[in-house]
Design a protein around this ligand. Structure first.
Ligand code: NOJ
Ligand code: MG
Length: 537
């Protein structure tokens, strides 16, 4: 089924809901226990049925898989584990036939240490590619050049005995940072982008985009004032000299210019540094990202007061004409259904699809997938091995998708690469397809509502005062006013309304088109969308 665009004047990346797929964990087709492109291809009708307008696909490039694809050894080929370029082309075609866009994850900050560029670069100090990476001499004592720490633990500098210099890696030591100051690197990367744009991808999600450039003076980072015994050691210093440097902004502008060579493409960016810095990543004068990714909903305490404050802070931190974006899940963050519970996960879904801006969710969120419980012995994520004991393991949110209630959940015929986790019987696609009050049904209805309600795309956002931990806001256009009321508690609450309205959707999916006069009764964990019938509150 092809969904009608609600407002044809808006660019696609403003109207559509974006669905992140971690390819290892979506659908296996060949029994090796790891998801692949042909598996994904067999599920495109599901995506169309669900109503997503774009897929953001985590990396499928050739990779030694130390960081499961975020360590790339060839930017212009598909890893055999996932399939071939031909499979990729088939996938693009199948998605486009269903009016679904494809956003590819790209990783410009670093390559794998197996990438031929790095192999050459480390071969000798005189190699023409030496300056493609960030090399530095030891400090006076023979130690690393400065105090910079890898996000994945330990010094960010790795000693190369043969050429007697250190190379810099913001992440794993097997992920050396490219030297973006070198124009040759930027040209090479522009060609990588063009390679995929010509193959028909509709945009990119730029990985770790804020850390492309480091201070050329290699100055030490200052102490992090929030650091205490519970803070993971890599956060000991504030990343002043390695995050969101002005040069990084200009490199993002260059990537944007490449995108603009092709019609109708979009640039998304993973940006570091918190809400106060996010506005920088738009910039109307010198266009940067269309959508700098905002993780606020995953980082805010889950109560109406904190949410109202966080939403306000974010909206105020971005330029007036900037398009907001909201994320409910990712392969790097604990699952929402585990963090706030399955009942509140419905509230989170309603919030995601009714806030102003583009909603992004992570495959499995639509069935309320929980984190998988993974012991440290079973951990596959290097982050856990390198910085143990802080709950940083990302395997729990990377567990395979559940398509049915069978032993392997319809994900594979072999041994899944990570354990499936709990609640497979009720939290799987097949079970929820046949339940018209399931989380899956809610997601589908919310996306359908967004498609038919232009006010949810382009209407004004009007925050209201929360009542008894019920989060309240309105979306208004010339002729319509929608009230969204989200009960973030496990008790019932009555909200006083100044106007009459018609209840259009409840997160419980059991009441529809109910008239509501001056009082709106909300049951525990209930959220509603109401169409208001008279003038404003
Ligand atoms: C951000 C990605 O989302 C994460 O999974 C990865 O480990 C780092 N970037 C390094 O590439
Ligand atoms: Mg496979």
């Amino acid at each position: 089924m092809v969904h009608q665009r609600a407002d044809s004047r808006l660019e696609w990346w403003k109207c559509c809901s974006i669905y992140q797929i971690y390819p290892r964990s979506f659908q296996d087709s060949d029994g090796d226990g790891v998801g692949d492109l042909n598996g994904l291809l067999s599920r495109v009708d599901y995506l169309a049925w669900l109503g997503v307008g774009a897929v953001w696909l985590s990396p499928v490039y050739r990779s030694p898989m130390r960081d499961f694809g975020y360590d790339i050894s060839d930017y212009t080929d598909v890893d055999p584990l996932f399939g071939t370029l031909t499979d990729f082309d088939r996938l693009v075609a199948a998605l486009h036939e269903r009016d679904i866009k494809l956003i590819l994850d790209v990783v410009p900050n670093h390559t794998s240490d197996q990438h031929p560029w790095f192999v050459e670069s480390r071969s000798s100090r005189d190699d023409p590619k030496r300056n493609w990476y960030v090399w530095a001499d030891p400090d006076a004592d023979g130690g690393p050049p400065n105090n910079w720490l890898s996000r994945f633990g330990g010094s960010a500098w790795e000693w190369d005995a043969r050429t007697e210099q250190y190379y810099y890696h913001a992440f794993l030591q097997e992920q050396p940072d490219l030297n973006w100051r070198n124009p040759a690197v930027r040209f090479a990367f522009a060609d990588v982008l063009r390679f995929w744009l010509r193959r028909g991808v509709d945009g990119f999600r730029v990985d770790a985009s804020a850390v492309l450039a480091e201070d050329p003076l290699l100055r030490d980072e200052p102490p992090n004032p929030d650091f205490d015994s519970k803070t993971p050691p890599p956060e000991r210093f504030k990343r002043v000299f390695t995050d969101a440097r002005p040069e990084t902004m200009s490199y993002i502008e260059e990537m944007r210019a490449i995108i603009e060579e092709f019609p109708d493409r979009a640039l998304l960016g993973e940006v570091q540094g918190g809400i106060d810095r996010i506005g920088q990543f738009y910039d109307a004068e010198r266009p940067r990202f269309h959508l700098p990714l905002n993780f606020l909903l995953l980082d805010t305490d889950w109560d109406a007061t904190s949410l109202a404050a966080g939403i306000d802070q974010y909206i105020n931190a971005i330029p007036d004409d900037a398009w907001p974006v909201w994320i409910l899940g990712s392969h790097d963050k604990p699952r929402i259904a585990t963090r706030i519970g399955i009942e509140q996960a419905r509230i989170a879904a309603m919030l995601l699809f009714t806030l102003p801006g583009t909603p992004i969710f992570y495959a499995g969120d639509e069935i309320g997938m929980p984190n998988s419980v993974i012991s440290s012995e079973e951990a596959r994520d290097q982050f856990e091995a390198l910085v143990p004991g802080y709950g940083l393991n990302r395997d729990p949110e990377r567990a395979p998708m559940r398509w049915d209630g069978n032993e392997k959940a319809g994900f594979t015929s072999g041994e899944p690469w990570l354990p499936l986790g709990d609640h497979v019987k009720e939290r799987n696609v097949a079970a929820q397809l046949s339940d018209d009050r399931s989380v899956l049904s809610l997601y589908r209805q919310l996306m359908a509502l967004r498609q038919t309600e232009p006010t949810l795309h382009s209407g004004q956002f009007q925050p209201l005062r929360s009542q008894s931990q019920v989060l309240l806001f309105e979306r208004c256009s010339d002729d319509r006013r929608l009230l969204i009321a989200l009960n973030t508690t496990t008790g019932s609450h009555t909200v006083a309304l100044h106007d009459r309205g018609m209840l259009r959707l409840s997160t419980h999916l059991d009441r529809l088109d109910e008239p509501v006069a001056s009082q709106l009764h909300l049951r525990p964990n209930e959220g509603v969308v109401m169409e208001m019938l008279t003038s404003s509150l």
